[in-house]
Design a protein around this ligand. Structure first.
Ligand SMILES: Nc1ncnc2c1ncn2[C@@H]1O[C@H](COP(=O)(O)OP(=O)(O)OP(=O)(O)O)[C@@H](O)[C@H]1O
Ligand SMILES: [Mg+2]
Length: 335
């Protein structure tokens, strides 16, 4: 954690949470998560930056790739992204190495951002005529040699070439769904695109995580939407809902995530909890946990078996002693 007052406050909030449980496992290899929903304003950017900060505060090294010409993720992370700054546009269109555009995020150690500038607005059209237009981000990420635990890609609200580049580069799709009427509308189209990219360009791609945002527990509509989404997607939906919170919406105007803006707020704690769920859902971590549980079960079984053998031996010895006593009694009687 950077040694600034807000940095320290955020770190203290995480330490308070971690005291309740053990620290979080880090993934065996970099998890690339594509935050997508072509519907506007559902909480993609808010979720990207706050989850990224939460994971970094939990000790992971995290890169946010801002793939939206609006540059909202760069703003929220307080990263410079005026027109002259080297940006993700240069990476996609000019083949600039990613390492030349990545900037560290102030206040949160281990968090980095590849910013988006207004240039990116033209990229959808400029990419069309370029070689390997769908896999330019994937190539850039593969060539990036800094160790990372997570890469979170913030997509624009469309299903154009920028989003396709994200879907080709990542393995996991994270879909934020706003708890409001029409929440599921348009999702079919996103899911069809995920299937198309999976079928033709990226066989590893799958929807791994759904997160319910702007949840207002006081309204029936929110709980109805949550129920519907859970019914539809099941285990992909995180148990933690992100509440509607003024602190979450205020934070970007200070160039901060809610984690540093108001570490103890419900919004901050819910993103930390969502990050914990995501870290524990890592397929590799789950496999390791299952292997550990199986090993423990085997050890218990072996210990039980050893105990049974020992008991049987004791019974046998007692019987032998008894028989020997009877024998010597009988011998004495015959004398
Ligand atoms: N949990 C929340 N509580 C209150 N306001 C929120 C919450 N999440 C997001 N917002 C606000 O809702 C608006 C839309 O959020 P955000 O920008 O994250 O959505 P988006 O899906 O990235 O939008 P776009 O499609 O334009 O990229 C923003 O003003 C943001 O501050
Ligand atoms: Mg956005």
């Amino acid at each position: 954690m950077d040694d600034t007052p807000i940095g320290r406050a955020a770190q203290q909030a995480v330490e308070a949470m971690n005291r309740a449980g053990e620290g979080l496992p880090r993934p065996a290899r970099t998890r690339v998560m594509v935050v997508a929903n072509q519907k506007g304003g559902v909480g993609k950017t808010t979720t990207t930056v706050n989850l990224a900060a939460s994971l970094a505060l939990h000790g992971a090294r995290v890169l946010v790739v801002d793939l939206d010409p609006q540059g909202n993720a760069s703003t929220a992370l307080g990263v410079d992204h005026h027109a002259e700054v080297p940006s993700i546009y240069d990476v996609l269109v000019e083949s600039k190495p990613l390492s030349e555009v990545v900037q560290p995020v102030r206040d949160v150690e281990g968090l980095f951002c590849a910013p988006a500038t207004i240039d990116l607005a033209g990229a959808e059209i400029e990419l069309v005529s370029l070689v390997a237009r769908e896999s330019r981000l994937q190539r850039a990420l593969e060539a990036y040699d800094q160790p990372l635990d997570y890469i979170l890609i913030d997509c624009p609200p469309s299903l154009g070439l920028l989003t396709v580049n994200a879907l080709v580069a990542g393995a996991e799709v994270l879909i934020p769904i706003q708890c409001e009427y029409y929440a599921l509308e348009g999702l079919g189209q996103l899911l069809r695109n995920v299937e198309l990219v999976k079928g033709h360009l990226n066989p590893r791609l799958h929807v791994s995580t759904i997160i319910l945002t702007m949840y207002d527990g006081r309204t029936r509509l929110a709980s109805q939407v949550a129920e519907e989404v859970r019914g539809h997607f099941g285990k992909e939906v995180l148990r933690t809902n992100i509440p509607r919170s003024v602190r979450i919406s205020e934070a970007p105007s200070y160039g901060q995530t809610v984690l540093t803006y108001d570490p103890g707020s419900s919004g901050s704690l819910s993103y930390l909890e969502a990050a914990r769920e995501i870290a524990l859902r890592d397929p590799h971590v789950q496999q390791a946990q299952q292997a550990q549980q199986a090993q423990q079960a085997q050890q218990i079984q072996q210990a039980q078996q050893a105990q049974e053998v020992q008991q049987a031996q004791q019974v046998q010895q007692a019987q032998q002693v008894h028989q020997a006593q009877q024998h010597s009694g009988m011998a004495e009687g015959t004398q």
